[in-house]
Write a protein that binds this ligand. Structure first.
Ligand code: NAG
Ligand code: NAG
Ligand code: NAG
Ligand code: NAG
Ligand code: NAG
Length: 668
């Protein structure tokens, strides 16, 4: 009994256990050289990566990889198997190559098998002497083999012509629908092949997806014993290339005689798909080039932005300007203060340039400023001009518009002065409702300007000639007091060049007749102030080309009225609450200042006294010498344009001769 038991155990050890051990169940989570694999043709193992490669990018190749030992079934056993593998097909050129197959065969000798669409398993006559059941992953369309597409899976029995095939896809249990798979994507694909009885099921899925509940292919008429003509079989893979190629990789493989004992492939341990494909290379090249281009463009944009900003705020700053440091504004601050010289901040266009309102940060002593952009060519005389502009800062009089500082750019000078909220006088005089300018206010403004001009002529450290007295250059502050602006501006055009040309700065109608020949003097300022007196009192411009000849020139018209003993008729018809005596006095003073002979004009000091009533006007009449006479020769409207007067600065020449050019306000 015991002997019988022992014998039984010994029998089991010697006969049953080996048969258990022979049970070929295996799993490859990666491949190694020492593995039980039979390789031929182009098949090889990348030992570093653990990848099994069937073919490389070489023409007309066949690669076989088989489990070395055959799988044998006893006559008592039913023939069945389950396998699971992860493969990847990579493009190696265009058009793409041929696919690969999982193979069950009676031999590993495939003599007479052809590459290309025959997978290195079959030939055009069907099969070689080797009996084969194959599951093909086909990526080329062979019409003579009745392929359905260039992306299909088929079951082949001793022929490359599939007994059953389907476009590569998988049934997603999650989404409840079929999802297409691109075999030649380079991405790992899982394949399951299960055979029980006469049913062969094939399933596909992407790497991180469960085995689908429904197989892609299911054939119920596969008799493996019949196909192989035996119960002994080899399992493995075959791949081939032709004139077109692809890379065929197996990343992992498990096999068992039954589904229940099939070992699991550890997906996380699988090797990576080698990126040796020329296609990959070219796409990565393209990608690199693209990234490079993008990087280059971004860099270019940054540089452009930097250069733009640098250019935007570029200034001209020279050594000699250091001493004017406190009076120099940075262009950036002015740019920001004026919102980038925006139209919304535009105040007007004057004879010297455009004027913008600016709001400087509170840390500066003043919040609101007017910024005048004066374009200029060349740097000659700039030092002297800037010196004078800066020295103007020392001019302090309540009826002067304070100049605060400057900034210098290429071809441009920016002058910063106090902002006058009520704009320029001419705006009210000619455009707006004149109710803002009753006689008492006009008189006050005339007195303001007279005292400011008198200050410039006598009380300042040096004699400052304004050169451009006119209503457009008289600003009105918040209290509607008159403030003389733009003093010293004309110096920009008077840089020690030929005095006979540079002297001719000013505005037609206000320019003393001797200006072109003798140059600017305090007397020419007095002349212009005389015209200004008449302008404010009469509410019209000194020259009105559209008026009848007798009224056209203000000086002539006022003296004509006086001659007719109706001097008061020359006044602004809308003037209210005036004293005839005062108006007539101012008109006479205007004529006196605008005397043709410079020597006969009063000084500004005297003018102030006349206006304030501290001094009586001298006796004179409409036909006194020089009174009501414009020029030694008659001035005709045609000569209003004075082309002969060329200035040292060309750019602003034209605008300078626009009669009544507006400096503030009217541009709105
Ligand atoms: C491909 O494999 C063949 C055979 O193993 C070899 O001769 C050839 O050099 C390989 N080609 C490339 C591109 O690796
Ligand atoms: C196909 O069969 C023909 C005749 O049976 C034979 O001459 C030819 O060599 C075979 N071709 C291949 C590739 O085996
Ligand atoms: C397979 O795909 C091809 C093109 O991708 C298509 O023309 C063909 O109808 C599909 N066949 C089946 C059976 O779905
Ligand atoms: C094959 O798939 C069918 C469903 O299509 C299933 O009923 C059968 O059990 C499967 N057989 C094997 C061997 O997986
Ligand atoms: C398969 O074929 C063999 C031999 O042709 C036969 O003996 C066996 O019964 C067949 N098996 C099935 C399941 O039909």
């Amino acid at each position: 009994m015991i002997r019988g038991l022992l014998l039984g155990i010994i029998w089991m050890i010697f006969f049953v256990c080996p048969s258990f051990q022979q049970e070929p169940t295996f799993v490859y989570n990666r491949f190694g050289q020492a593995d039980d694999l039979h390789l031929d043709g182009s098949a090889r193992i990348f030992t570093s990566g653990g990848v099994l490669q069937l073919t490389n990018a070489t023409n007309i190749q066949i690669g076989h990889a088989f489990f070395k030992r055959p799988i044998e079934f006893k006559s008592s056993e039913s023939v069945s198997f389950s396998t699971h593998f992860v493969c990847a097909l990579l493009r190696a050129g265009d058009p793409s190559g041929h696919g690969m197959a999982f193979v069950v065969s009676d031999s590993t000798d495939f003599k007479g098998a052809e590459p290309t669409r025959y997978f290195g398993l079959f030939n055009r006559n069907g099969s070689t002497s080797t009996r084969v059941l194959a599951v093909e992953l086909d990526i080329s369309l062979a019409p003579e083999l009745n392929d359905i597409s260039d992306n299909h899976v088929g079951i082949d029995v001793n022929s490359a012509e599939s007994v059953i095939s389907a476009n590569a896809s998988y049934f997603s249990d999650k989404e409840g629908k079929k999802i297409d798979i691109k075999l030649l994507s380079g991405h790992p694909i899982q394949v399951w092949v299960d055979y029980v009885g006469t049913t062969l099921n094939v399933s596909l899925a992407p790497l991180k997806t469960q085995k689908p509940s429904r197989p892609l292919l299911s054939s119920t008429s596969i008799n493996l014993t019949e196909i192989l003509q035996g119960r002994r079989m080899f399992v493995g893979f075959s791949g081939a290339t032709g004139s077109i190629m692809s890379y065929q990789y197996i990343l992992g493989w498990s096999f068992s005689k039954s589904m229940a004992s099939l070992p699991k492939i550890d997906i996380s341990k699988l090797p990576k798909v080698p990126h040796t494909s020329t296609k990959k290379k070219s796409t990565s090249l393209v990608l690199d080039a693209l990234l490079g281009l993008i990087a280059f463009m971004v860099l270019g944009l940054l540089v452009a932005a930097y250069l733009y900003r640098r250019n935007l705020y570029a200034e001209v700053r020279e050594e000699w300007e250091k001493e004017y440091g406190p009076h120099r504004y940075s262009y950036k601050s002015l740019y920001k203060a004026t919102k980038g010289f925006s139209r919304s901040e535009f105040l007007g266009r004057g004879g010297f340039g455009e004027v913008y309102k600016g709001t400087l940060p509170r840390s500066r002593d003043l919040r609101e400023v007017a910024v005048k952009r004066v374009s200029h060519e060349g740097e000659q005389g700039m030092k002297q001009f800037v010196a004078e502009i800066v020295s103007m800062r020392s001019l302090k009089h309540r009826s002067l518009v304070p100049l605060l500082g400057y900034c210098r750019r290429k071809h441009e000078l920016l002058l910063v002065s106090e902002y006058m909220p009520n704009g320029s006088l001419d705006h009210y005089l000619f455009n707006q409702d004149r109710s803002a300018l009753p006689w008492w206010r006009r008189l006050a403004i005339l007195k303001d300007i007279a005292s400011a001009l008198s200050y410039l002529h006598t009380e300042a450290d040096q004699v400052v000639i304004h050169r451009d007295i006119k209503a457009a250059n008289v600003m009105l502050d918040a209290e509607f007091s008159g403030r003389l602006g733009d003093f010293g501006m004309s110096r920009l055009y008077d840089r020690g060049a030929d005095p006979t040309t540079t002297a001719a700065v000013g505005t037609v109608g206000y320019m003393a007749p001797e200006l072109t020949t003798m140059g600017a003097s305090t007397a020419t300022d007095v002349y212009a102030f005389g015209v200004f007196l008449l302008e404010v009192t009469c509410g019209r411009r000194p020259v009105e080309p559209g008026f009848p000849a007798v009224k056209r020139f203000l000086i002539k018209w006022v003296s004509e009225c006086w001659r007719r003993s109706s001097l008061i008729d020359a006044k602004d018809s809308r003037l209210t609450d005036f004293s005839t005596q005062e108006v007539e006095k101012v008109l006479k003073l205007g004529l006196l200042c605008a005397n043709l002979a410079p020597d006969s004009r009063p000084t500004m000091e005297q003018v102030v006294q006349y206006l304030n009533g501290n001094l009586a006007l001298p006796e004179f009449w409409p036909n006194s010498p020089g009174i009501g006479v414009l020029t030694p020769m008659a001035l005709s409207p045609a000569s209003l344009v004075i082309p002969s007067l060329s200035l040292s600065s060309s750019s602003s020449t034209n605008s300078m001769f626009i009669t009544h050019s507006v400096l503030y306000g009217s541009g709105r």
